[in-house]
Ligand binder design. Structure first.
Ligand SMILES: [Fe+2]
Ligand SMILES: [Fe+2]
Length: 273
């Protein structure tokens, strides 16, 4: 099973740019082209929040149009730039979304790896939260299938990243989530967004990570007190490959056109790699 993770798409109304300079829609279009060209083809795509930039209905309509190009199913969770009500207006007919619950969390059971999407949104706040109600839902969801390999995906990472301006808008409830995660060794990965760069950590008995954005990247600046800035580093996405024998192997792919591929011709230096 191949799981592609797109994150922080920050889709704008047609013709508009994020922060007046990032052509997020064009960048997502290019990422989708590249994902569709992957062989073997990915089975599913997860998008880990900040799907659109300002949370407007118009942006969600644009997002829907752009995602319709994907050759495989896509499952969406929301981030701090998203708006539940406006998202529902455009994506409310998606079969995997809960019809009645306030929170947009769900479990996808159709694949060898169980996929659990979490909703960490707190309206009007940049940071996220897993409150008692959401954690209770997650506990129930995990207890249903303790033997099945499971991926949790969510926007706000439950771990610290050392990028301070992002850590201060992290996840409330992370400690309680950690206690829950420790009791469920079937959790192979916790896949997050929000950070706009790939970061990995061993966390509470599993592996947790963030993904690059398909648009702008948060600067790698580990100085305490550093101002939050972004840069147009190459955009990317994650490719998580699962087999029964290996579990999940995670790759980071870069979006763009680059020189090559070239063969490893024998030039006397020891060959391939
Ligand atoms: Fe973002
Ligand atoms: Fe975010």
């Amino acid at each position: 099973m191949i799981i592609v993770q797109l994150s922080d798409l920050h889709v704008c109304p047609a013709g508009a740019s994020a922060y007046g300079r990032v052509r997020t829609n064009d960048m997502l279009r290019e990422a989708i082209e590249q994902v569709n060209a992957l062989r073997p083809r990915a089975d599913v795509v997860l998008a880990t929040g900040d799907l659109v930039h300002a949370g407007d209905v118009e942006e969600y309509a644009m997002l829907r149009e752009l995602l319709s190009e994907l050759a495989m199913p896509v499952y969406l969770v929301l981030g701090n730039h998203d708006h539940r009500g406006n998202f529902r207006k455009v994506f409310g007919d998606s079969e995997y979304l809960p019809e009645t619950s306030e929170f947009l969390h769900y479990a996808i059971e159709d694949h060898p790896v169980r996929l659990i999407g979490l909703d960490t949104v707190v309206p009007g706040r940049a940071g996220g939260e897993l409150c008692k109600r959401r954690l209770a839902w997650l506990e129930d969801a995990l207890e249903v299938a303790p033997e099945r390999p499971t991926v949790l995906f969510m926007h706000h990472p439950p771990f610290r990243t050392s990028i301070e301006h992002m850590d201060v808008i992290g996840l409330e409830g992370a400690e309680a989530m950690g206690r829950l995660v420790e009791r469920h060794p079937q959790i192979e990965r916790i896949l997050c967004g929000h950070l706009h760069r790939p970061i990995q950590v061993r966390w509470r008995g599993t592996l947790a990570s963030t993904a690059p954005s398909t648009a702008h990247q948060v600067l790698l600046d580990l100085r305490p007190g550093a101002e939050g800035t972004f840069a147009m580093e190459p955009p990317g996405y994650q490719v998580h490959v699962w087999t029964r024998d290996t579990g999940i192997i995670s790759h980071t792919a870069t979006v763009g056109r680059f020189d090559g591929p070239y063969p490893f011709a024998d030039d006397g230096t020891g060959g391939v790699g």
